[in-house]
Design a protein around this ligand. Structure first.
Ligand SMILES: NC(=O)c1ccc[n+]([C@@H]2O[C@H](COP(=O)([O-])OP(=O)(O)OC[C@H]3O[C@@H](n4cnc5c(N)ncnc54)[C@H](OP(=O)(O)O)[C@@H]3O)[C@@H](O)[C@H]2O)c1
Length: 325
């Protein structure tokens, strides 16, 4: 696979499933906005829903995207993935089924990542995972998700040497242990937003794999955008990592080709959406010890990702925190 995934010839692309309508969460900035732009440029695309929590930012992004693409396919869908009522309202407001979903909203959880939501999840987990889990469940229940769901993954849990992120280990990988990641008690006094972020994205990748087995008619893929410069992601980091990634390391890492631009990062989402060779249930991301480049199945680097019991434990833990239907 190349840096952007597989290179498709035009005649091959014509055999790929057509994405007429896609919802992208966190579409007003960074990777979400860029993937919305790229999707609008695909011939088959008729509608791109910009899933955003802030209407003013959404309006500005919509105007910019229309200008950049010359297409008026964008529609705003207000959604705050940290707020379960907002997620439900968004699904109700969606006028018709979508072919594809990009679960991109997220990051380091804002100024109070460990604060708990009404459901008892940390804000960080809610923004990255819980809201998306409810969104998918509600879309499926309403018959509004037809073909593919792509989740924005991160390799952080297996460690990223270049930015001094340590590999995570788990004692039991039970649903209780995963629930402690969700409610923020897992790290005890050693809590850092970066470790909590890494663990949250890990639980999410396991949950996606579990969903793939539960819903064989929908392709569920976790795709890391790779180390991507030019987004606001580093703003939410703390201490050493923030200084390294935002101020010192990022320009250097770009120069050394250790990070790629937002176009390349977002293209990974688009490829995962439109190319069926990305298999359901797999987490694709950088090769071991790389921050960009070819994508590989992350279970070849972090074997626990392929453990079906762990996947189902993640599913079960997440659903403890979701309001029952
Ligand atoms: N950049 C990287 O190197 C990298 C690497 C691996 C994974 N990722 C993942 O890629 C995704 C996008 O990151 P990015 O780098 O593009 O960051 P970004 O520039 O900070 O964009 C994040 C987007 O998510 C939205 N968002 C955050 N919380 C939300 C909520 N509760 N409800 C709705 N929207 C919300 C933000 O909206 P507001 O403007 O309203 O805050 C913004 O549109 C994240 O999930 C991140 O973890 C990024």
């Amino acid at each position: 696979m190349s840096a952007n995934g597989w290179q498709l010839r035009n005649d091959e692309r014509s055999h790929m499933p057509q994405m007429k309508s896609v919802l992208v969460t966190g579409a007003n900035a960074g990777l979400g906005k860029e993937s919305a732009r790229q999707l609008a440029l695909l011939e088959s695309t008729e509608r791109v829903y910009l899933g955003c929590r802030n209407i003013e930012k959404a309006e500005a992004a919509k105007a910019e995207l229309e200008e950049l693409t010359g297409r008026s396919v964008f529609e705003i869908l207000q959604i705050d993935v940290m707020d379960m009522d907002s997620v439900r309202a968004a699904v109700r407001a969606l006028p018709s089924p979508i072919d594809g979903l990009v679960m991109n909203a997220g990051g380091m959880g804002g100024p109070t990542p460990r604060t708990r939501t009404r459901e008892g999840s940390t804000q960080l987990f809610a923004a990255n995972v819980l809201g998306h889990a409810l969104l998918v469940d509600e879309l499926i229940a309403a018959g509004k998700l037809e073909k593919v769901a792509v989740y924005s993954g991160s390799e952080a849990m297996r460690g990223v040497r270049q930015v001094r992120i340590k590999r995570l280990t788990f004692e039991t990988s039970s649903s209780d242990e995963f629930a402690s990641i969700i409610d923020g008690s897992w790290l005890g006094g050693a809590y850092t937003a970066m470790a909590a972020y890494a663990a949250s994205k890990y639980v999410a990748a396991l949950w996606i794999a579990s969903m793939a087995r539960r819903h064989p008619s929908i392709r569920f893929v976790t795709m890391s955008p790779g180390g991507t410069s030019g987004t606001a992601a580093a703003d939410g980091m703390q201490g050493f990592q923030r200084i390294l990634v935002k101020y010192i390391g990022k320009p250097l890492m770009v120069a050394l080709r250790m990070m790629h631009n937002v176009e390349t990062g977002a293209a990974r989402y688009v490829n995962a959406l439109t190319d069926e060779r990305y298999e359901s249930g797999v987490f694709y991301g950088n090769a071991a010890d790389a921050m960009i480049g070819d994508v590989v199945d992350q279970a070849t680097i972090y074997a626990d990702l392929a453990n079906e019991d762990f996947q189902d434990n993640a599913y079960e833990a997440i659903h403890r925190f979701l309001p029952s239907r």
